[in-house]
Design a protein around this ligand. Sequence first.
Ligand code: MG
Length: 367
Amino acid sequence: MKITRIAVHQVDLPLREGRYSWSGGKSVSVFDSTVVRVDTDEGLTGWGEVCPLGPVYLPSYAAGARAGIRELAPALLGQDPTGLELLNRLMDRTLKGHPYAKSALDMACWDILGKAAGQPLCTLLGGRYEEDFVLYRAISQRSPEEMAENVAGYREQGYRRFQLKAGSDVKTDIARIRAVREVLEDDDILVADANTGWLMHEAARVVRGVRDVDVYIEQPCASYEECLTIRRRTDHPFVLDESVDGLSMLLQAHADGAMDVANIKISKFGGLTRARQARDLCASMGVAMTVEDSWGGDIITAAIAHLAHSTPTEFLFTSTDFNSYGTVSIADGAPTGVDGRMRASEAPGLGVEPKLDVLGEPVFEVS
Ligand code: MG
């Protein structure tokens, strides 16, 4: 089988809540998502998606994803889309770095592999664990009272795990954590994600200020070394996200005892091929994971579901149903969260049928 055409679509994904805010006053109202279609000479078509969390979360941005795909696509024409490792090595030889630009192409080729094999990706990624898997709800940064109210609302929808967007001033962040923990039950899980927003002295004050509260601390500071410093002076369970973007960082963080949970985002690692390697390494090392992506619509939600559902249950800390955050559906067949849980499709490949009328004409194509 050979790749004959790669087409790239751009789609806007507005937020149901109007705005998603996190540390340092950063926010997004409409996500700029990129959808990739890969056609083959055997009539199979694969779909992928990449959606950065705006341009200032990770070193990635929407126009950069499309520029990277434009650079990569000609090299992929004529290649077998089912040889994923070979294909990823070819992408690495064609464009150094830029994992997020490779992510949607890799995802689309996995979709083709699944369709060719007649198997859902979940099976090809390791097998389906249990009936469904657990989701978390990200709580956009607002006042402590509003965040507690939002958590209570999402709890009524069935969510039991919550990730608060913290990373602003110390007093308010402590108030946020306390206000939200108040509305939760003992078994519910609360994560305060500072998204690199605290300096070390601020993080030290926050973890001391909530010492009696059952809360996980996620990526308090900008650098790995700063996070490690805070890790060593708190007994809260600790999640690393922005700092771990490859296997060598995961190995180092594990060797340093720097994390209890790692956040595995598909596009941060460069696609399902690399995210799966990271996932399997973490499971081998005894590190639990949040399995997700930076953001996305139905196609990314489907890909997350396959990777999450094929993660051993005890290692899956949480996952995300991003398609429930937006107002625009870009594909049929994508899973939806129910009572704070989700299951991967049983259809071959990703199991999605993109809505061509929503995607519109491609912004460019290579054939
Ligand atoms: Mg995070």
